[in-house]
Design a protein around this ligand. Structure first.
Ligand code: NDP
Length: 253
């Protein structure tokens, strides 16, 4: 089987698995953070877990970029910068900002996320830098590219600001949970997830590719069920939780 055929089969299977995960995650939230449960096997240090599970995404894109056939295209350089901007933060900055470094996460969650990042890195990196059509200079002025980059940047700002608000809460007490009330938290319970979903929707738009869409669908499949579960958890845990706050989409959901 040649790589293009393998890639097509993988893409179909990966889309199907995203739909299945979306459904399952409503019933079985990924075992980390406030949804960690007994019976999921051994645990490791949370900081090490985050670094390990995000590493394939951080490393794979530059590898595919330099290995690929079109490394000199300016559009591809922009895509590489966007991807790495997200993953340098997620792998090398975010884990060290987390409070409660002694907290642990399950090895099962780390392995699943490691595999998820490996496959997404391959699907996106291989498409952009080798298997897909080349992007001309003109793509830099295309509405889809410009709109996608803007959406990506807005999503990243919302995601990082919201992560910062949560980390700030933990700094005040160093343990336990509080009601976040800054920034986009005034509207939704999980604006960090909303930002992340917007980022990868922007990526899908800017790359105008099935590879990008597949990643956006997977991100939503992971984070929409968790946002709904988090929202329920907030409402059950805090009797004074703001009733008009939504789970993920302001005023809607
Ligand atoms: P959470 O919102 O569950 O937690 C983020 C951090 O804030 C954790 O340290 C958590 O502590 C702490 N925290 C959360 N809520 C509170 C609160 N109410 N009071 C005090 N501290 C709180 O996010 P995730 O860990 O699920 O995700 C982290 C980042 O990774 C997000 O930006 C997310 O978008 C991204 N992500 C992306 C995925 C993808 O598919 N692309 C998948 C999963 C995450 P504790 O750990 O103790 O709960």
């Amino acid at each position: 089987m040649d790589e293009k055929t393998f890639y097509s089969y993988l893409m179909v299977a990966w889309f199907a698995l995203a739909v299945l995960s979306f459904i399952l995650l409503f019933f079985f939230p990924a075992p980390y953070g406030r949804h960690m449960k007994k019976g999921w096997g051994p645990k490791i240090n949370r900081r090490a877990g985050w670094i390990l599970m995000e590493l394939p995404a951080l490393v794979s894109m530059p590898v595919f970029f330099f290995w690929g056939k079109a490394s000199l295209s300016p559009v591809l350089v922009v895509f590489l910068v966007m991807w790495e901007a997200h993953y340098i933060n997620r792998t090398m900055v975010f884990p060290f900002r987390l409070k409660g470094g002694e907290h642990r996460m399950t090895v099962a969650a780390v392995l699943l996320a490691f595999f998820f990042n490996l496959v997404n890195g391959y699907i996106n990196g291989r498409f952009l830098f080798h298997l897909g059509p080349s992007y001309s200079w003109g793509w830099l002025y295309d509405e889809r590219f410009l709109g996608g980059v803007c959406l990506f940047c807005i999503g990243m700002a919302v995601n990082q600001h919201s992560d910062t608000v949560l980390i700030g809460l933990r700094r005040r007490t160093d343990s336990g949970y509080q009601i976040p009330d800054k920034g986009m938290f005034r509207f939704v319970s999980s604006p960090n997830y909303l930002g992340e979903i917007l980022e990868w929707l922007g990526w899908a738009l800017a790359t105008w590719s099935l590879a990008g869409l597949c990643f956006a669908v997977w991100t939503a499949a992971n984070l929409v069920p968790r946002a709904v579960t988090n929202h329920k958890w907030y409402n059950e845990t805090f009797p004074d939780y703001p009733r008009n706050r939504k789970a993920l989409i302001p005023f809607l959901l």
